[in-house]
Design a protein around this ligand. Structure first.
Ligand SMILES: Cc1ncc(C[n+]2csc(CCOP(=O)(O)OP(=O)(O)O)c2C)c(N)n1
Ligand SMILES: [Mg+2]
Length: 1036
């Protein structure tokens, strides 16, 4: 609902800058020349000084100029002389010469040229042609803004104005005549009524002529009105590719493009019947249940089906979909074809849940279905991703899964797998994740080669109308940033909807770029079936009440056209109603809901047939000595010829080689060993995030760059073994929400891949909070779907200030599902059982070897869980923080806790204190203990796997040091870090027999101080507390 503007004003001539800008974007290059604006500007004379050259005329002149460049005879002599003079450097104002008299050689000219030539005044002739050209262009650029897109006819109404007439006067002829009057008397183009019957030559940038190259002005306007101002509004002139613009013009301008066979119309009607009657059925049976009905936007169903049919025709075998609440049940029933009884039974409040976990409401569940496409007779797999309530959050997840499916089936151009995203108008405009996802669409490691977006634009979001919901004219403007064409369509015209959906699918198949269909519709009821919309949108809803349902309108049209009889139509309705009734009867037999049956990403072969892990053990994650040294060698080499790396990097690689010789690894090498060995075992590894290729801390260097040749790179990790799996390492866009969502989706496609997302610094994970809170932590509980994604979150208090310090372990730990108050029973393979029951795994490794093991364990486990790793910064280069091959060879495994193997372990009864800690602070504690000579009296134990908590191992240690007091030491502030998680669990372990004291920074609002001195002082203080044996005397 935007402010009222006069229609013709929107078609006023473009300004000079608009014209120049779009000309630069769309003009073809002369033969052999690069397509840049520079070429157009190669006149040596300052042509802008010519009196007849202005913003309005320049695109016409350019048209002439290009024609002249190709063949000087193809333009009028006057232009030939002008361009020759201009190119020869004629001073301003002198390049133009009056043309030689016309008339002598008329025989070779077309009829139109003859007509033009018959006019005495060449200047007027040029001006009129310029005007017509501008007019055509104005329709192409702005026609959409006066198209009849809104079924309610209120989109250009200002409700603040006193008298408003709702509804478009649907008299095409009158509208057309009005437009002619407005255009010719508005003085916009210098054309008047007398010009309407003059014939004008059509530029090459329009297809309205069909086989004609010239048309009378009246017909030009009529055809432009037909192409751009009916029920379809096309926004595309911002696209900076001429071929793409021409392709779209041709699709919408060619006379008679929108024609359908009788069969197509009947199918369309049948689809409208299903879509409409499904909602009506639910309304009849469960009138007070929330279902977020599709009423008012029913043509969404044929829209999606058309896209799927057309894409299947082009070779697509798998469509991965993401969508919000609106019409979701309808999509499940009529697009994916989920059995109706499975949908209906969910309305039964007595239905029991069969699976563990929370489950989810019916309009969030996902689905996966393979079937034959009835139109193309080809197999097609349709999956709808489960999603949370958080609108648009699923967008990047869908893209990631699509990318993965493309990757695993070698579909490098997106010909076989595609994504289809649905959006609400308010969410599409309002949610930043939409923008982040669009910006992934053309990045080599993230592109899915074109997504079709369909916006269910019901012109309202809950109770907020667009005047308050966005600052852009359309909800779809965000798509313009990636040059995606936008097809607005009046959803009350199902044929127009079907047409644009066909074009959208063809667009994707042709250009492999995103495209948006904006389904302009309305919402017949409130936001959900319980809401009263008249509270907040009284005028809009008065109009909606008058609105005839689209099915009824379309059926009447087809009956009038003789495409179907009324009886056939009624039979179609009865047939579908019967299907619903029968399914409803069957649904009563469904007593149990199996969320498993709503899985969007099954992993066939990974589990047993009833979805259980094939074993409950994890083999050793170690490697043979030979494997370790082989991968170490690859990591220290440049495995290609003629490749010059940076001198500094040569030193890094040499350092690695020395480490390998000494049988040690640092953090980067430990990671290399894990990735390299998995690749060798056929496991795809994908590491994504900001600057991950080099590594934020310049420690990784997985991509080597030739110092002399641009874009010449080498990825040694892809040279580990002849038949290895491919390694993907990719610097991402500067996004967390979008990229983490993407990787999560990627990890859904296959259990046989290690997918890692690294935050630049751990604290940046909070801009991806929604993915963490809504998908990663509860994903399995809500949707019985496992995921093995790994989050690498650099973390550590290193005097760098409040930012860049904390990855916020407290938040991850707070979301862990293990019980702090119950000491578990410890079966054999407790460690694996515990992992199986966990919602995710949280670790803070203090050694490269343990990091290596935990990464390999991700894949060697018989199930998948998300893994959160707090990774170090200063430890990356700390000599003490290196590991020996001995800790990584066959038979070794991940250590959930690392015991103190120093003097304390020889004489546990002499130990006065046990300090439990995790991560980097261990090294500070060890240094301090040494300085104080307390190696006999204080044991330091590292808890490497924080969650699930290693109750069994901690118990062994507390039993061993039965006389010692227990301290938890952390460098984080008291209300942050691990303390609140660890303390109750240690207390449970020791049956609350001893206190667990705290040594660390005090509570604080910010994660760290910005003052280096204060930082060191704090460190000194808490280390002092940790080693002062009477520090807690008198405390209770
Ligand atoms: C991120 C987020 N914020 C707020 C909400 C609450 N909410 C649910 S539906 C809705 C309105 C959505 O409007 P629109 O996108 O136009 O979809 P429609 O319901 O009109 O189909 C809102 C605000 C939500 N689900 N997600
Ligand atoms: Mg809406």
């Amino acid at each position: 609902m935007h402010r009222l503007r006069t229609c013709a004003a929107r078609l006023r001539p473009l300004t000079a800058s608009q014209t120049v800008q779009s000309a630069s974007q769309t003009r073809p290059a002369a033969a052999g020349a690069p397509r840049t604006f520079q070429h157009i500007r190669c006149y040596t004379a300052p042509v802008a000084a010519e009196p007849f050259l202005n913003g309005t005329s320049s695109n016409y002149v350019e048209e002439m100029y290009f024609a002249w460049l190709e063949n000087p005879k193809s333009v009028h002599k006057s232009w030939n002389i002008f361009f020759r003079n201009a190119n020869a450097g004629a001073p301003p104002g002198t390049a133009y010469q009056s043309p030689p008299p016309l008339g002598a050689s008329l025989s070779g000219l077309s009829q139109a040229q003859a007509l033009m030539g018959a006019q005495p005044n060449v200047e007027k002739l040029v001006e009129d042609h310029l005007a017509v050209q501008s007019l055509i262009r104005a329709y192409q650029v702005r026609g959409h803004s006066i198209a009849k897109l809104d079924p309610l006819g209120i989109s250009c109404v200002n409700f603040d104005d006193a008298a408003v007439t709702l509804g478009l006067k649907d008299v095409d002829l009158a509208l057309f005549n009005n437009r002619l009057i407005e255009l010719t008397t508005g003085g916009f183009y210098g054309l008047d009524e007398s010009d309407l019957d003059k014939v004008f030559r059509l530029p090459t940038t329009t297809f309205i002529g069909g086989s004609e190259s010239a048309l009378p002005l009246r017909e030009i306007i009529r055809r432009l009105e037909m192409a751009y101002c009916q029920h379809i509004g096309v926004e595309f002139m911002f696209i900076n590719d001429l071929d793409q613009c021409q392709w779209i013009r041709q699709k919408f301008e060619k006379p008679g493009v929108m024609q359908f066979s009788l069969e197509e119309k009947r199918t369309l009607l049948a689809r409208m019947v299903r879509s409409t009657r499904f909602e009506e059925f639910l309304q009849r049976k469960w009138s007070s249940e929330k279902r977020f009905g599709l009423e008012g936007s029913e043509s969404l169903i044929p829209a999606m089906k058309t896209i799927i049919d057309k894409s299947s025709e082009a070779g697509v075998e798998s469509v991965i979909m993401g969508m919000p609440h609106r019409g979701r049940l309808n999509v499940l029933a009529n697009v994916i074809r989920k059995e109706l009884e499975q949908i209906f039974c969910q309305f039964d409040s007595k239905l029991e849940a069969a699976d563990e976990g929370s489950g989810d409401v019916k309009y969030h569940l996902g689905m996966y279905h393979r079937r034959i496409n009835r139109v193309t007779e080809r197999d097609i797999t349709l999956s709808l991703m489960a999603n949370p309530s958080h609108l648009e959050a699923v967008d990047p997840v869908v893209q990631g899964k699509t990318k993965a499916e493309q990757f695993y089936c070698g579909d490098t151009e997106g010909n076989r797998v595609m994504s289809l995203l649905l959006h609400g108008d308010a969410a599409f405009a309002g949610q930043g994740i939409v923008y982040e996802t669009f910006h992934l669409s053309d990045l080599p490691s993230y592109t899915t080669h074109g997504t079709i977006h369909v916006v269910v634009n019901n012109q309202i979001g809950f109770t907020t109308d667009p005047r308050m919901a966005r600052s852009s004219p359309y909800p779809t403007d965000v798509a313009r940033v990636v040059n995606a064409p936008i097809f607005h369509v009046n959803a009350d015209d199902p044929e127009a909807v079907m047409y644009v959906c066909n074009v959208a699918a063809e667009w994707r198949a042709t250009f492999h770029k995103d495209v948006v269909v904006d389904l302009v519709s309305y919402r017949r009821n409130g936001h959900n079936e319980m809401d009263e919309p008249m509270f907040t949108q009284p005028l809009m809803y008065k109009q909606i009440k008058k609105q005839k349902p689209v099915l009824q309108k379309y059926a009447e049209k087809l009956i009038a056209e003789g495409v179907v009889t009324r009886q056939e139509y009624e039979e179609e309705i009865a047939k579908y109603d019967k299907i619903c009734e029968e399914a409803h009867a069957r649904s009563k037999d469904e007593k149990i809901l199996h969320i498993k049956h709503w899985l969007d990403s099954p992993w066939p072969g990974f589990f047993t047939l009833d979805g259980q892990p094939k074993s409950m053990s994890c083999p050793s994650t170690g490697l043979t000595e030979e494997e370790l040294s082989h991968i170490g060698k690859v990591a220290s080499s440049v495995p290609v010829e003629d490749f010059t790396i940076h001198g500094g990097l040569t030193r890094v690689l040499k350092g690695r080689a020395t480490m390998v010789q000494n049988r040690t690894v640092d953090w980067a090498l430990g990671e290399y060993m894990a990735f390299g060995s998995l690749l060798k075992e056929g496991i795809h590894v994908r590491l994504s995030g900001q600057d991950v290729e080099r590594g934020t801390f310049s420690h990784r260097h997985h991509v080597l760059h030739d110092q002399h040749v641009d874009k010449k790179i080498c990825i040694p990790m892809n040279h580990v073994a002849p038949n290895q799996a491919p390694y993907t390492v990719c610097n991402s866009s500067l996004s967390e929400y979008g990229v983490l969502g993407f990787e999560l989706g990627f990890a859904m496609a296959s259990p046989n891949a290690l997918i890692l997302w690294e935050a630049q610094f751990g604290d940046f994970n909070n801009t991806a909070q929604c993915i963490i809170d809504q998908f990663i932590s509860p994903g399995q509980a809500k949707w019985v779907r496992q995921n093995g994604i790994v989050l690498l979150l650099p973390h550590g208090m290193e005097g760098m200030g409040p930012e860049h310090s904390s990855a916020r372990p407290e938040r991850f730990l707070q979301m862990c599902n293990d019980d702090p108050d119950v000491f578990p029973t410890i079966p054999e393979d407790f460690a694996v059982h515990q992992l199986y029951d966990a919602n995710w795994i949280v670790v803070n490794c203090s050694t490269p070897a343990n990091f290596f093991h935990v990464l390999r364990r991700q894949i060697l486990l018989p199930f998948r869980k998300p893994l959160i790793v707090f990774t170090p910064k200063s430890l990356l280069r700390l000599p003490e923080a290196r590991s020996s091959f001995d800790d990584m060879i066959s038979g070794t495994h991940f250590q959930r806790i690392i015991l103190d193997q120093g003097p304390v372990s020889q004489n546990p009864s002499g130990v006065k204190r046990v300090v439990f800690c995790t991560g980097k602070v261990y090294y500070e504690l060890v240094r301090e203990r040494k300085n104080r000579g307390m190696e006999d009296s204080v044991a330091i134990i590292r808890i490497e796997q924080l969650s699930p908590f290693p109750f069994d191992l901690v118990k062994a240690e507390t039993d061993k040091y039965a006389q010692a007091d227990l301290v938890w030491c952390q460098e984080e502030h008291k209300n942050q870090g691990y303390y609140d998680y660890v303390k109750p669990r240690i207390r449970t372990t020791i049956a609350r027999s001893r206190p667990v004291w705290y040594a660390g920074r005090g509570p604080a609002a910010a994660p760290a101080t910005g003052n280096k001195k204060a930082h060191l002082l704090e460190l000194e203080r808490f280390l002092d507390t940790a080693f002062t044996l009477d520090a807690f005397d008198g405390h209770s």
